[in-house]
Design a protein around this ligand. Structure first.
Ligand SMILES: N#Cc1c(N)ncnc1-c1cnn(Cc2cccc(F)c2)c1
Length: 278
């Protein structure tokens, strides 16, 4: 097994013909990884993603080889997956206005070239979910918006159309299930790759609070920043510490750690309908 890539809160290892995607218990707020782990976060998000992969095979095949055949040290928080030729775009679906999409809309009236009606505000629900891809920036910077035509220029019109169709369908399925259980999925980021036969395969993680914005539905108020289902306790505590939001972040107090872990358990249980047993 060989370490090949580190993300903020995840790692990739090469293991023979496969890859191991390993989720840590680290949490990132304001793009800064905080020093205090959230126990079971990696396992909760890995198992939520596996639950989604298993329920989306009628939409698109996925890269999972095994959710159990992983080294003991990573048990429960890693998946073995097929090595793919990754599509060089982040495939983002948005059902609500937030983050970079909000900033782009306020500046241009559109997101990734998709025009939106005037008068929308932070947290507004969009008339319908939209496909707003970005380029994958390798230097750790922020990804740049890409129009559908830019995606089509890079991968061909047919594949770009499939990426849009699949991204929106996965988002719709996720948003529908989450909404029925009190969670708004405002947006989600998917990654696709192509296998040796050139087939499009869903990769990375799917519909987790790290790859998506999860908002508690009963606290949704358009016109202000929405509360994050999972990270709001950390954000609110951090705001009260005077931290300048630059690395290294401060240690998270035990009560905030415990409350945040509970939120990840709640998200897992609400969406899967199963109790978390670890
Ligand atoms: N998934 C997947 C995948 C695959 N099945 N085949 C080839 N490459 C990738 C791959 C490369 N980068 N990433 C993003 C990523 C994911 C997880 C953790 C990270 F640090 C970074 C995914």
């Amino acid at each position: 097994m060989r370490h090949v890539y580190s993300g903020k809160v995840r790692e990739i290892y090469s293991d023979g013909a496969d890859l191991l995607l390993v989720a840590s218990d680290r949490v990132s707020v304001y793009d800064v990884v905080l020093p205090t782990p959230i126990p079971d976060k990696g396992a909760l998000l890995t198992q939520l993603s596996v639950w989604w992969f298993d329920r989306l095979t009628d939409v698109v095949p996925n890269h999972l080889v095994s959710a159990t055949d992983v080294p003991d040290e990573f048990a429960g928080r890693a998946v073995r997956c097929r090595r793919l030729e990754m599509v060089p775009f982040e495939c983002i679906a948005r059902g609500y206005l937030a983050g970079s999409g909000l900033r782009e809309y306020l500046a241009t009236g559109a997101i990734s070239g998709v025009p939106l009606p005037p008068g929308l505000v932070e947290g507004s629900r969009l008339p319908e979910p939209i496909f707003t891809p970005t380029t994958k920036v390798s230097d750790g910077g922020h990804d740049a918006p890409a129009t559908f035509d830019e995606v089509a220029d890079a991968v061909g019109t047919e594949l770009a159309g499939r990426l849009r169709e699949l991204t929106l369908e996965v988002y719709r399925r996720g948003a529908e299930r989450a909404s029925a259980n009190g969670i708004i999925v405002a947006d989600t980021k998917l990654e696709f790759g192509r296998d040796a036969d050139g087939e499009l395969v869903l990769a990375d993680e799917v519909l987790t609070p790290d790859s998506s914005r999860f908002w508690p539905a009963d606290e949704w108020v358009p016109g202000r920043a929405q509360h994050a289902f999972d990270k709001q306790f950390v954000r609110d505590w951090a705001a009260g510490t005077g931290w300048d939001k630059k690395p290294p972040g401060p240690e998270i107090p035990a009560d905030v750690v415990a409350a945040t872990r509970t939120r990840y358990v709640e998200a897992y249980e609400k969406i899967t309908g199963s109790h978390w047993r670890r």
